[in-house]
Design a protein around this ligand. Structure first.
Ligand SMILES: [Zn+2]
Length: 178
């Protein structure tokens, strides 16, 4: 008879599980402990995509098979998300509190890429984080007129679950270490 390898619970509990919505949109990666709670309370069920790994989690009274993919049996809790307003707090958060021209993280202000005096709108695709220095260098000009380049093209934040889904499917296309 083969001896079972010692069971290392602490190691297993470091794994994470991908949660799918009821209609199979990958929503988020969560801690396995949270996944166990969702499974035992019936708020989620196992899914198996054929390649789905699973872990055996034992407590004194139960043995639970926890797959790396689970699906919520209840409605999608994120469905009420809407695009946040264009304000200092949200723009700084989107831009990771970094000046979009020079990368500075100090003395941050908001800059209208197309200046308001030239018809630029106060919208997600025209407002970026800029440090005071870059903002005063740019003045009332377009970035190229001031010889400045934006690090990223500004756009509205997307639904966190949609952002996660994109990331998830990309990682499935290019599995790590394979
Ligand atoms: Zn700057």
């Amino acid at each position: 008879m083969e001896a079972q390898p010692p069971f290392r619970q602490p190691h297993i509990l470091q794994n994470s599980v991908v949660v799918f919505s009821k209609n199979y949109l990958p929503l988020a990666r969560i801690n396995i402990k949270r996944a166990i709670v969702l499974l035992v309370t019936g708020q989620a069920e196992s899914v198996n995509f054929g390649t789905t790994k699973q872990w055996e989690v034992r407590s004194p009274s139960i043995v639970l098979q926890v797959p790396e993919h689970i699906r919520l049996t209840v409605g999608n809790p994120e469905r009420h998300w809407k695009v946040p307003p264009v304000n200092r707090r949200e723009v700084l958060r989107r831009d990771n509190h970094t000046c979009q021209y020079c990368g500075s993280t100090k003395h941050l202000t908001l800059d209208h890429v197309i200046p308001r005096s030239k018809g630029g709108q106060h919208t997600w695709d025209n407002v970026v984080t800029a440090c005071e220095k870059c903002n005063s260098t740019k003045r009332d000009r377009l970035p190229h007129e001031a010889g400045m380049v934006l690090k990223t093209k500004p756009k509205a934040p997307i639904h966190p679950a949609v952002a996660f889904a994109e990331q998830f499917w990309n990682s499935q296309r290019h599995p790590e270490g394979e």
